[in-house]
Design a protein. Sequence first.
Length: 251
Amino acid sequence: MIHCENVADVYTKGKMSLWLLSAFKSGFINSAGFLITGKFVSHVTGFGTQVGIAMGHSEYFFGAELLIIPVSFIMGGVISSLVLDRPTHKIPAYHYVQGLITILIAFLIFLGESGLVSSDVPFDADESYQFIEFVIIGLLCFICGLKNSLVTWTTYGKIRVTHLTGLSTDIGLHLMSTINPRYKTIRLKESRIINIHRIAILVSFSIGAFISAIVFPMFGFKAFYIVMGISFFMTILSIQFRNKSLLASAA
């Protein structure tokens, strides 16, 4: 991940390619998570209601399983904040968060390849398997929480890559002015290119989900090598950028 000096820096071509890769990863992980556990893992919308319904029907394990989704996602944000919000660091340690994401994806592949977790969820899964599924859901949500908070923090809150609800709303609000520059937005004025970037993120997320839906049934947990490779590339990029920035500031 590369540091943005200001809000305008968020929308440069070089930076935007990173946000699109991040959205691709999120869509891929969300689709794979659904294929593994039957639950979406990159967003928390609606889970509060589902937890309440589950508890009301005395389905306590299922309720706890649902509750781990927002809790893990939030913890990803907490960890990112603890690492990045350090005034003593001239250049935030993005590589720590990005490196942790890479390690967690590698651990996920290990769980799948070791046979501890199957990509085919049995209909009559016993309690031990349900517990492993519980861990997998938490791990996937934690990864998505780390990724989304990392991008959000880097871009001054302008870019989010793991869910489409707010993104789709913003696209709709600015779609007319994007199509027709003569259409003037009264309250939410912004550059036309910003909404084009939002649309690109939505498309990238959808492509990631589409590819995951194709390759995961074929290769199982080996499919996660795709997003691990992207994450590793971003980690190296973060280290190189940080070292270059520190050398420049020391000169």
